[in-house]
Design a protein around this ligand. Structure first.
Ligand SMILES: [Cu+2]
Length: 151
């Protein structure tokens, strides 16, 4: 399971954004996939990776992947003020769309062994790193935090 996930991560990291087909719509052009793994191990709980650097005007698909036995979440905190959310998308195991949620979103929970996709475009810079966290009781303290800058 872990090995398969690591491979998927490596492939995603190598994935280069496709051709620009969205004309003037920045939120749909050249979307970059960013995997965020939410889980726990012998050292506690984690977000992997634990450092992110985004760019304003660049569209991202945050792939929130929870391989754990319990639910986790991503709370954007201050980062929430600096991004535009295009949509949050949930699909079933076969990849069929279950729902798209649109509007201002600050926090997304992901159930055990589930994946949720969060499409964002950073719109303002963050020079001093801020933290995204899992705000479920005790999880941030156990290590579920990552630092974010936007250039
Ligand atoms: Cu958590």
């Amino acid at each position: 399971m872990m090995k398969r996930f690591t491979t998927a991560c490596a492939l995603l990291a190598l994935a280069v954004a496709g051709p620009a087909i969205a004309g003037g719509d920045l939120s749909r052009a050249n979307v970059i996939d960013v995997m965020i793994e939410l889980g726990s191990d012998e050292n506690g709980m984690y977000m992997k990776p634990d450092t992110f650097e985004f760019e304003t005007g660049q569209a991202y698909k945050l792939i929130l992947f929870n391989p754990d036995e319990i639910k986790h979440e991503v709370s954007l905190n201050e980062m929430g003020e600096r991004i535009f959310t295009r949509k949050v998308e949930v699909s079933d195991a076969e990849g069929n769309l279950i729902t798209e949620v649109k509007g201002t979103i600050r926090e997304v929970e992901v159930g055990p062994h589930q994946t949720v996709e969060w499409f964002i475009v950073p719109i303002q810079t963050i020079d001093e790193p801020v933290e995204i966290t899992c705000e479920l009781p005790g999880h941030k303290e156990a290590g579920m935090r990552a630092s974010v800058t936007i250039k």
